[in-house]
Design a protein around this ligand. Structure first.
Ligand SMILES: NC(=O)c1ccc[n+]([C@@H]2O[C@H](COP(=O)([O-])OP(=O)(O)OC[C@H]3O[C@@H](n4cnc5c(N)ncnc54)[C@H](O)[C@@H]3O)[C@@H](O)[C@H]2O)c1
Length: 275
């Protein structure tokens, strides 16, 4: 059911690659709620052509941009103005993450440091770049909402999540620093949503992902949040209902981050002991 929460709003959605992507689901919801959007992803990701289907479903234009390149971001914003027919946007979703070390299963004590820098550049600095370029081009409307997607590995150690733990910590810190600046100057909100483990291309690339997933699910009173649940939360954050929420890392994880133990986990462990 749609509520027209984003009627009259214009935005950019990064990071949709297939229908499992959190960004894919978010684009669908934004469209459903009345927003006009531009979709973007790295040129290499667009070669697969899957994004065309989402563009059709959401009546959106696709503009390629490598989010680590300031030139590409400038070009994205210029072209988005033409595509949307507006000078400024109301919302931006940064849904980008990639670690070559994680992808190539490099152990945390054997990291390739060039790849480490790539992980930070792609997964965190790109968030800064999208805001820095946007501020210089005066591309964000007063009161706009900017969101990044994070994971609880920014606060807690997670084996196999490797250097992405650091990348997410940097991402969340950037949200606070830029959030303060853009809040004071233009009433713009900047937040990160810390999402449950979700079955996506990025998620599945993590060794032992199924165990992460099951453990979080059993320790969350509400169970893991799906990509669609996350999309709904993103819509709320882009809407006018959350105008005073900024500089926050918002846990969207079924209660996992505040749980010590759950009945579900006790029962499971007891039954294993009894077996
Ligand atoms: N899947 C999970 O379990 C989970 C949990 C918490 C947070 N997140 C975060 O959610 C976000 C979206 O990931 P997802 O799980 O939907 O996976 P996904 O693989 O569908 O999306 C990641 C996207 O990043 C894009 N990308 C990579 N390098 C890029 C670059 N240089 N420029 C532009 N785009 C680039 C990819 O093409 C892809 O579309 C990421 O920040 C991820 O870390 C995911």
């Amino acid at each position: 059911m749609a509520y027209n929460l984003l009627k009259g709003k214009y935005g950019i959605i990064t990071g949709a690659i297939d229908e499992n992507s959190i960004a894919w689901q978010t684009a669908l919801k934004c469209h459903e709620e009345g927003a006009k959007i531009v979709l973007t992803n790295a040129p290499i990701a667009l070669r697969m052509g899957t994004l065309n289907k989402l563009a059709e479903l959401t009546d959106a234009v696709i503009i390629p941009a490598d989010a680590t390149s300031t030139e590409d971001i400038e070009n994205l914003y210029e072209k988005a103005k033409e595509a949307l027919g507006v000078e400024k946007i109301d919302f931006l979703l940064h849904s980008i993450g990639m670690s070559p070390n994680v992808r190539k299963k490099k152990h945390y004590a054997d990291l390739n440091y060039d790849w480490f820098q790539k992980s930070i550049d792609i997964s965190a600095l790109s968030f800064h770049k999208m805001m820095q370029v946007g501020e210089k081009m005066d591309f964000f409307k007063d009161g706009a909402s900017i969101l990044g997607l994070s994971y609880i590995a920014a606060q807690r150690s997670y084996p196999n999540y490797g250097d992405m733990c650091q990348a997410k910590a940097v991402l969340e810190s950037i949200a606070r620093s830029f959030g303060q600046r853009l809040g004071e100057s233009k009433g713009i909100r900047v937040n990160t949503i810390s999402q449950s483990p979700t079955v996506t291309t990025a998620g599945k690339g993590i060794k032992g992902f199924n165990v992460f997933y099951d453990y979080a699910d059993i320790l969350s009173p509400l169970g893991n949040a799906t990509a669609e649940d996350c999309a709904n939360y993103c819509v709320t954050m882009f809407s006018d209902l959350t105008k005073k929420v900024t500089m926050q890392n918002l846990f969207h994880d079924g209660g996992f981050s505040a749980s010590g133990m759950t009945e579900k986990l006790i029962d499971k462990m007891m039954s294993e002991v009894e077996e």
